[in-house]
Design a protein around this ligand. Structure first.
Ligand SMILES: Cc1cc2nc3c(=O)[nH]c(=O)nc-3n(C[C@H](O)[C@H](O)[C@H](O)COP(=O)(O)O)c2cc1C
Length: 224
């Protein structure tokens, strides 16, 4: 299986040297005009701080998969760490435990149907990427399948093994080793939701296939 991918500026040698370090910057091998830009790891928590529904991607050898997850959150700034609930009955959990890595993609409103579809069927007997027409790019550090089409951002994570929380609470922890976001909706370390980028506004699951879209940004002011 050959996936389209990102390559760091500086080429393969630099990628090898920095096996678990995100390159300072990188460009798409196939699409140098991509709007996706690297997000500094100290800002990675901001990508999921507001609780968007995410897509968890996984890869173990030739087996790859994708599922929806409404339950994820940052747990540490430095090193950047996150938690995500991945039910023990999912195929995703099997691949994540087997490989020790997982991807987090943040779908925009334009990916609502795909998000619900990959959260409503299992990849145990089918390749959901092929079934739902999802073309992934290759993560620059861990080689994970990541989604950019109709997505606002992605993160590559190394699983931090915590067998107790995995078994008792289905909660998996990960250290973020690379992150990127569509600069039309996340730049200078901040989300920018406005009328120009509505299809990239993040999704928030209300239940039963209903989602709210992050749109109305309000700024808190000091109390008088
Ligand atoms: C919007 C949405 C949010 C979901 N959130 C979670 C979640 O946080 N954790 C989880 O384990 N499953 C969640 N699910 C269910 C999984 O996505 C679902 O079980 C999926 O079919 C698992 O796929 P897999 O067996 O291919 O890994 C969610 C489903 C949807 C539609």
């Amino acid at each position: 299986m050959r996936l389209r991918g990102l390559r760091p500026q500086g080429g393969r040698e630099r990628l090898k040297r920095n096996r678990f370090t995100m390159p300072d910057s990188f460009v798409h091998r196939d699409n140098p005009m991509t709007p996706f830009q690297a997000v500094a790891l100290e800002h990675a928590s901001r990508l999921i701080n507001h609780g968007p529904t995410v897509l968890v991607t996984s890869l173990d050898g030739e087996r790859r998969n994708i599922m929806a997850a409404a339950w994820s959150m940052p747990v540490e700034f430095k090193p950047p760490r996150i938690a995500v609930v991945i039910d023990k009955n999912t195929f995703t959990r099997e691949l994540v435990i087997a490989s020790g890595v997982f991807g987090i993609c943040i779908p925009g409103a334009g990916a609502i149907d795909v998000t619900y579809a990959v959260g409503s069927s299992s990849g145990r007997d089918t390749d959901k990427f092929a079934e739902f027409g999802i073309t992934p790019v290759t993560g620059p550090v861990l080689g994970l399948p990541l989604i950019e089409t109709n997505c606002a951002a992605w993160l590559e994570c190394k699983l931090i093994r915590e067998p107790h929380t995995e078994d008792a609470y289905d909660t998996c922890f990960g250290e973020v080793v690379s992150a990127a976001a569509d600069s039309r909706v996340f730049n200078n370390g901040h989300w920018v939701f406005d009328a120009s980028n509505e299809s990239l506004h993040t999704l928030h699951h209300l239940g039963a296939g209903n989602f709210a879209r992050a749109s109305n940004v309000l700024r808190a002011r000091p109390l008088p």
